[in-house]
Design a protein around this ligand. Structure first.
Ligand SMILES: Nc1ncnc2c1ncn2[C@@H]1O[C@H](COP(=O)(O)OP(=O)(O)O)[C@@H](O)[C@H]1O
Ligand SMILES: [Mg+2]
Length: 365
């Protein structure tokens, strides 16, 4: 079986232990401290959160804000997930607290339920407030703290413009719920939690999740390959150099290397082969991304992929035919906000996806 996985949440042997982060988050959660967990996409926030909650033994649920269409939808998920934390016999009791009654469907086999509020007679504000209140009522009654995790929380602004204010207004009175807000668009998360004018200002403690440190990732890769009797000692450094220790891309590359490899001892050329395979396989996606860019954006990206000059230098704009350094700077700003480019303090600006970068350079050859 392929010892590497990418795409979904990973756990168990597919997850490097991230011991320090788990310990820190556990101690914050046990103290009832709300948390804002931030990192670019696919660094492993959702996976980490699952591990933390598993280790904590605390009752919890997670709302993936990406999947929520509107406030009624949020109420549906919220009530369903909150009720699933209580005993089945108690559900009726909790439903009495709701001013607007949802339709409830029960799957007798699993005791699972689905909830839907009547969208005709709905009074959205009331039903939303009631739903957001429900977990606190349940926590009080079972005399246990509940953790609620909002994943991809920056999506709140798409769902409804006043939702932040409504939520904050209710959450601030909750004494038995600890809230975790996960976000992957740094600028928006900072705006939500660090701008004085916004309702969630200073609501939680910020924790930034970094890439997996090289020594730890290196051990993980070697161990995973060796579970399949493959020796990766010689190339692990090159793998991590290519992926820059990015959790997702590293697992993606190792996954492909495992598929292509025919030796027991891995050598350098297998990396190129795997990269080549991945860029070919994803050609349709990569060209779709490319074609969605404006002309100036393409020039900036080509320049950054070539990596010779800083994108806001005179040399750069001259070489790549961009109007001015301020044009180039604003394009970089936009692409960083979108996650297409990454900029870490002190580091050079880079293209986020190392495979896409190779694809771009290859297609320009
Ligand atoms: N601790 C980890 N160890 C190994 N791989 C990881 C780890 N965390 C994340 N990954 C890799 O990154 C991918 C994305 O993880 P995910 O938790 O969905 O990230 P996020 O929620 O930040 O977008 C996983 O499928 C896995 O390949
Ligand atoms: Mg996630």
């Amino acid at each position: 079986m392929n010892p590497f996985r990418f795409g979904n949440v990973v756990s168990g042997e597919y997850f490097t232990n991230r011991k320090k982060e788990i310990k820190e988050m556990l101690s914050e959660l046990k103290a009832g401290q709300h948390i804002v967990l931030m990192s670019p996409r696919r660094y492993g926030k959702t996976s980490l959160m699952n591990e933390v909650m598993k280790a904590s033994g605390i009752k919890w649920f997670r709302i993936n804000m990406e999947l929520i269409a509107d406030e009624v939808d949020l109420a549906n998920y919220y009530v369903r997930d909150a009720l699933s934390l209580s005993k089945f016999e108690k559900i009726k009791h909790y439903l009495k607290n709701l001013k607007v009654q949802p339709y409830i469907q029960i799957q007798p086999k699993t005791n699972g339920i689905s909830v839907s509020f009547d969208t005709e007679r709905r009074n959205i504000s009331t039903l939303l407030l009631d739903s957001l209140q429900l977990p606190e009522t349940i926590a009080k009654s079972i005399k246990k703290r509940i953790v609620i995790v909002f994943d991809e929380f920056q999506e709140i602004r798409r769902i409804s413009p006043n939702l932040e204010k409504k939520m904050r207004g209710i959450f601030q009175y909750h004494q038995n719920i600890t809230y975790v807000f996960i976000g992957s668009q740094e600028s928006m998360i900072r705006e939500i939690f660090q701008n004085k004018n916004n309702p969630f200002y200073k609501f939680g403690r910020h924790i930034t999740l970094h890439k997996i440190p090289e020594p730890e990732f290196s051990d993980f890769i070697i161990k995973r390959f060796s579970s399949q009797k493959i020796d990766a000692d010689k190339i692990v450094k090159d793998i991590l150099k290519f992926t820059n220790c990015h959790p997702y891309y590293t697992q993606q590359l190792c996954h492909e290397i495992y598929i292509l490899n025919e030796e027991n001892i891995l050598t350098r050329h297998i990396i190129d082969k795997a990269v080549d395979q991945i860029t070919t396989e994803h050609h349709a996606d990569y060209s779709r991304w490319w074609n969605s860019l404006t002309n100036t954006e393409r020039k900036v990206i080509i320049g950054i992929a070539s990596g010779d000059y800083s994108p806001t230098s005179q040399e750069f704009i001259r070489k790549y035919g961009i109007k001015s350094t301020s044009t180039s700077g604003s394009v970089v700003g936009k692409l960083v906000a979108l996650g297409t480019l990454v900029k870490k303090n002190g580091d050079k600006i880079k293209i986020e996806d190392p495979f896409w970068k190779v694809w771009i350079l290859k297609n320009r050859d």
